[in-house]
Design a protein around this ligand. Structure first.
Ligand SMILES: Nc1ncnc2c1ncn2[C@@H]1O[C@H](COP(=O)(O)OP(=O)(O)OP(=O)(O)O)[C@@H](O)[C@H]1O
Ligand SMILES: [Mg+2]
Length: 298
């Protein structure tokens, strides 16, 4: 099943094109990361997916429903955690949950039960009577997540949910996201933190309103470098003429190779070099390096 399908999605603000003819498919059940520098168009894309703003061109379907013409059905399926805290600061944690639950059409009993479950799940019980405006940053984010989950949506859209949150707390958030994903929620998430993006099943990298790379984290890395990188150590110089293997760096007996496919080429390299080969190992590439490369070194 397809959770999100966007075709030709475009948003112009006056003469400025914030999102430029974007095609995006997010399959149900995945954790999908939408990445890119400030101003790339991530939030604008999300706001079109949630139906908050109207595309200049193109369309979005959420679980097959058109966002513009079947608004109610779409809203029921989406839980949205916006980039800016959007809750009532002068209501308590529990009051916010109750209010949003009722807005989503849950009855009093349902909303009470869901609120309790979510306060339990997200460690909000001790804050239930505290005003939202008086919560710390991380707790505000947990409340914002709880509100996004109040109507038990199929799709969670999280716009920079961990921005400005300390690293240990960011890790806790990711445990929660993975947990929700395991329980069947599709997740679309934006983040600036590349280490977090490694947690996603699929990624799309946006730049200036367009998607410039897409795939699993390892796909994106291979795309950036044109293959896998392998480091070998040789006991003496040797000829390494194998199709699909390119030497990209050599320092004495230590060489970096770019191989088109790690699994098939490694055995060929081992066979060719025989006892001259002292060590062979894949080089870990970070997503950050891959993205810098894909963005043209900027
Ligand atoms: N309502 C608007 N009117 C005019 N320009 C806008 C509007 N909303 C967004 N933009 C512009 O569109 C571009 C994309 O903005 P957007 O917020 O989608 O980027 P983003 O990828 O979410 O960035 P960030 O990582 O900073 O959140 C930016 O240049 C922004 O200034
Ligand atoms: Mg944004």
């Amino acid at each position: 099943m397809i959770a999100i399908e966007a075709k030709g999605l475009t948003k112009k603000f006056g003469n400025f094109t914030a999102v430029d003819n974007l095609n995006l498919t997010v399959e149900a059940g995945v954790a999908f990361g939408l990445l890119g520098p400030n101003g790339a168009g991530k939030t604008t894309t999300i706001r079109m997916i949630t139906g908050l703003i109207k595309p200049t061109a193109g369309y979005v379907r959420v679980y097959g429903h058109d966002v513009m013409t079947e608004r109610e059905k779409v809203i029921k399926n989406i839980g949205y955690m916006p980039q800016k805290f959007g809750l009532y600061e002068d209501l308590t944690v529990e009051e916010n949950l109750m209010l949003f639950g009722r807005l989503y059409g849950l009855n009093k009993g349902e909303v009470q039960q869901r609120s309790n479950e979510l306060m339990e799940f997200l460690d909000l019980k001790i804050f239930r009577s505290r005003l939202a405006g008086k919560l710390s940053g991380g707790t505000k984010q947990r409340l914002s997540l709880a509100v996004a989950l109040i109507h038990d949506p199929l799709l969670l859209i999280l716009d920079e949910p961990t921005a400005g949150v300390d690293p240990p707390i960011r890790r806790q958030f990711w445990e929660i996201f993975r947990d929700l994903n395991r329980r069947g929620k599709t997740i679309l998430i934006t983040t600036h933190y590349m280490d977090e993006a490694e947690n996603c099943d699929k990624l799309a990298l946006m730049s200036a309103g367009r998607i410039i790379a897409e795939g699993s984290p390892s796909d994106v890395k291979r795309r950036a470098f044109g293959g896998d990188i392998v480091e070998i150590v040789l006991s003496r110089p040797a000829n390494l003429d194998i199709q699909g293997v390119k030497i990209i760096d050599a320092d004495g007996g230590r060489m970096k190779l770019l191989v088109d496919d790690y699994s098939t080429r490694v055995s060929q390299i081992i066979a060719k070099l025989g006892p001259d080969l002292r060590d062979i190992r894949p080089v870990h590439v970070s997503l950050e390096e891959a993205f810098i490369k894909l963005m043209g070194g900027s």
